[in-house]
Write a protein that binds this ligand. Structure first.
Ligand SMILES: *Cc1c(COP(=O)(O)O)cnc(C)c1O
Ligand SMILES: [Zn+2]
Length: 401
């Protein structure tokens, strides 16, 4: 049996197809490319039960991943993160089956590790020796570290106020790191020119086809961890939207394989009120978003004023009957504290935004009774120590308390 059932790439906008065995970036029409698999063949050769004995990483789904030869896999053990029941928060919100998929427990401390593991592995398979990307921090850290493991050189540009730890993670990997006095879109322009001038592999969000495949594994894992009884709702803190596109793609592939049945979960894109282009587009019933001017939020990972894959995010929302919702920074930080004190989970601000969205949607009556709800916590709270302000008493050595 083949290690991967990958077959070809195609463009979701114009339908043009591309070869998976050579380096590809965007379609000539400017849209991101998607990976296709021979699902008919796979359906006959693999049953979901056979996954049970496999390694606890995202590579357990190697048939549904684009790397053709297992010797090209670059792994730090990423994936198969816990699906944690949030029963106290659930009972406060009146949601009986409430879960957090916790991506804080993954190499590099954010779920960007998934996209990087699969993206870098495929890059290595294609013979890439040098890559470049703009980032809001976490993606740069993950790609730089995985690239280091693969022996691939990387050049990363990030906004000067991206979370400090991501700057250090990137630098310590040996990457060429640049700080940009601006937004990720400004960093993107600089990298775009650098890539063109030097003929490099551009691994900006969705400019190569394989990051989605890595993030797709969140959807595969949720389905497997719930014993192929998929939840009613999945909430995702959305910047570039790669995770949401990936989860939607995963669920459709599982459906085609016959491993899951019935209606797909309603997918919810959660954004920060200070940067909510997808929410605005959804409210206006549009199929693409407009550039969000002067975007600002503490949840740095979702500060993306215009996403290349916005039309795919919106399609996933419309097709599943989901929605898009914006959360104020203050509400997400309150929620972050609440989740820590109530459930013992120190989630990242982006994850906290998704939890705060559950509260809002519950209050609006958007959930039905007895629904099962999964929230993606996309990273570790400890990567953002400055989002929590503490005042604690200091004792001298003889003090009594
Ligand atoms: C990148 C990031 C997001 C947003 O992911 P997209 O797939 O770009 O929407 C959410 N949370 C964290 C912690 C991130 O680093
Ligand atoms: Zn196209």
């Amino acid at each position: 049996m083949p290690y991967s059932y990958v077959s070809y790439l195609d463009c979701p906008k114009c339908g043009e197809t591309y070869d998976v065995n050579t380096v590809q970036q965007l379609c000539t029409c400017g849209a991101p490319l998607l990976v296709n698999y021979d699902l008919e063949q796979l359906k006959d050769n693999l049953k979901p039960d056979e996954l049970k004995d496999r390694e606890d990483s995202l590579w357990r789904y190697h048939e549904l991943l684009p790397v053709a030869d297992c010797k090209n896999v670059i792994s730090l053990g990423e994936g198969m993160t816990p699906l944690v029941e949030m029963s106290k928060l659930g009972s406060e919100l009146g949601i009986k089956n409430f879960y957090m998929k916790d991506e804080g427990i993954i190499p590099t401390g954010s779920f960007k590790a998934r996209g990087a593991a699969v993206g870098v592995s495929k890059a290595k398979e294609l013979g890439v020796t040098e890559l470049a990307m703009p980032t809001n921090g976490n993606a740069g850290a993950a790609w730089a570290l995985y690239a280091a493991r693969a022996g691939i050189k990387s050049t990363i540009a990030m906004p000067i106020d991206a979370p400090e730890i991501t700057r250090k993670e990137t630098a310590v990997s040996g990457a060429n790191l640049y700080l940009v006095d601006g937004l990720i879109s400004d960093a993107g322009k600089i990298i775009g020119k650098y890539v063109k001038d030097n003929q490099l592999y551009d691994v900006s969000t969705l400019k190569e086809p394989y990051r989605i495949e890595g993030k797709k594994t969140m959807g595969l894992e949720i389905a497997e961890q719930m014993d192929w009884e998929i939840p009613d709702v999945i909430l995702y803190p959305t910047g570039g939207g790669v995770g949401l596109i990936g989860i939607y793609k995963a669920l459709n592939e599982l459906k085609e394989l016959g491993w899951i049945k019935g209606k797909l979960p309603r997918l919810v894109a959660v954004q920060a009120a200070g940067c909510a282009p997808i929410v605005k587009a959804w409210k206006e019933n549009k199929t693409e978003s407009d550039f969000w001017l002067n975007s600002q939020t503490t949840a740095f990972g979702i500060n993306v004023p215009k996403a290349l894959g916005d039309f795919l995010v919106l399609e996933a929302i419309y097709q599943t009957g989901g929605c898009a919702i914006a959360v104020e920074d203050e509400a997400m930080l309150e929620e972050q504290e609440k989740i820590s004190s109530m459930e013992g989970a120190f989630v990242c601000p982006e994850g906290a935004a998704a939890f705060a969205a559950v509260r809002d949607l519950r209050n609006n009556g958007w959930f039905h009774d007895e629904e099962s709800v999964v929230v993606l916590n996309t990273g570790a709270g400890i990567k953002y120590p400055n989002t929590v302000q503490v005042e604690v008493p200091t004792l001298n050595k003889e003090a009594k308390i």
